[in-house]
Design a protein around this ligand. Structure first.
Ligand SMILES: Cc1ncc(COP(=O)(O)O)c(C=O)c1O
Length: 387
């Protein structure tokens, strides 16, 4: 049977994730994987979750297993409100921040509308933008590119395009590991105000900072035009599939209606567990352990790259998060190298997958959180030998 005739026009622009394709092909525990964005399993406090699940079922009974409010259970919205200092009515709980990205795009973007991104950018977001047939346009946020930013935006507007939002990952960006300075955030806000577009600020790594001091969120600089996305995946465990959106109640109201047709409500049992995890101080206790572990892993990874990478290879030095981005000399092709690397037993993600135009084939993203520390040296050594 030919099913193609049944698929919607949107499916024509769906993008398959090359990262997920890798996971289908290999058993991650058998290779040296720097590929996925997986947190370290060492950061999952299984026995705490076991206890909290019991306590939640005891405390809430059937309520924890029933449908709940689309905005999220009041206890979790309250806990997020207290932690991040925003009123409860500005908070929507999501079924992970991937859903946050998707739902924001779904309520804001018509086919052909422009979504601005900094390049490289998070693959899952690029997939979501493509699925709604947005035109994704890269905008350089470096201080020296001020004039080119303005002319790019003005050219798009002159063509009659509608710019709906800038998608930013300001803290320890996936994939580059880089953080936007306060000046960069402020000039992005100035642009958004001048040319009247919104900002979707996706910040799942914000609390994984290993050095330096935190920079104000874009939301705090422009609450009227920013949707801030948070996630429990990296500060608790991704298996809970929980995140949140902070934004103006008028924007959240449309997201609320949209979410009714997506999943009715975020997972209730998980939300109660997350609320208890926060209220009891477990989140902060666990987070400080995770930060210490990841700081050590990042430092070790940087020292291994220094030790083994051939001359001409450079990489970013992230102050937090889970990734660093490697640039090889011009002419190297990490897409072409990929199968050889996988056959040899080491995985990375080719950097070009994070560029909407598929450029920068001489780059790769390396994750340093997942692979056990004692296996990292052999993995980097193997990768370096292939280069
Ligand atoms: C920048 C960014 N946004 C969103 C997500 C999705 O996270 P979640 O598990 O909350 O859906 C990821 C996952 O790696 C990410 O790197």
């Amino acid at each position: 049977m030919n099913y193609k005739d049944f698929f919607s026009a949107d499916t024509g622009s769906f993008m398959r994730s090359p990262v997920r394709e890798i996971f289908k092909r290999v058993d991650l525990s058998k290779i040296y994987s720097f590929a996925g964005g997986y947190p370290s399993a060492e950061t999952f406090p299984t026995e705490v979750f076991e206890r909290l699940a019991g306590e939640v079922l005891h405390k809430y009974g059937a309520k924890a297993l029933q449908y709940g409010a689309t905005q999220g259970v009041p206890e979790l919205r309250q806990a997020v409100s207290e932690r991040y200092g925003v009123p409860v009515e500005n908070i929507q709980i999501t079924t992970s921040s991937q859903q946050g990205i998707d739902v924001c795009t779904r309520v804001l973007v018509d086919p052909g509308d422009v979504v601005l991104v900094s390049c490289p950018s998070y693959l899952g977001a690029l997939q979501s933008f493509a699925s709604y047939r947005a035109e994704v346009v890269g905008l350089d946020l470096s201080p020296e590119a001020g004039a080119s930013r303005i002319s790019r935006i003005e050219a798009l507007l002159a063509e009659g395009k509608k710019i709906k939002f800038f998608y930013a990952i300001p803290d320890f960006q996936n994939p580059s590991g880089e953080t936007l300075t306060l000046e960069q955030r402020s000039s992005l806000v100035d642009l958004a105000r001048k040319y009247n577009f919104l900002i979707v600020e996706d910040s799942p790594y914000r609390e994984l900072r290993y050095e330096g001091s935190s920079v104000a969120t874009i939301y705090s600089l422009a609450p009227e035009r920013t949707l801030h996305l948070g996630s429990f995946s990296k500060i608790m465990a991704p298996g809970f599939r929980l995140g949140w959106i902070i934004g103006a109640p008028e924007l959240l109201d449309m997201i609320y209606v949209c979410k009714q047709s997506l999943d009715l409500c975020p997972p209730i049992l998980d939300q109660y567990i997350a609320a208890e995890f926060m209220a009891g101080g477990e989140l902060d206790r666990n987070l400080s352990k995770s930060v210490a572990l990841y700081r050590d892993k990042r430092d070790y990874m940087l020292s291994l790259l220094e030790k083994y990478m051939p001359a001409g290879v450079s990489w970013t030095h992230p102050e937090g998060g889970l990734f660093l981005f490697v640039t090889l000399p011009e002419g190297y092709d990490t897409v072409a190298l990929y199968d050889r690397a996988l056959n040899a037993g080491v995985a990375y993600v080719a950097g070009s997958f994070f560029f909407p135009d598929g450029s920068h084939r001489n780059t790769m993203r390396l994750n340093f959180s997942f692979l056990a520390t004692e296996r990292m040296e052999a993995g980097v050594k193997l990768l370096a030998s292939l280069l």
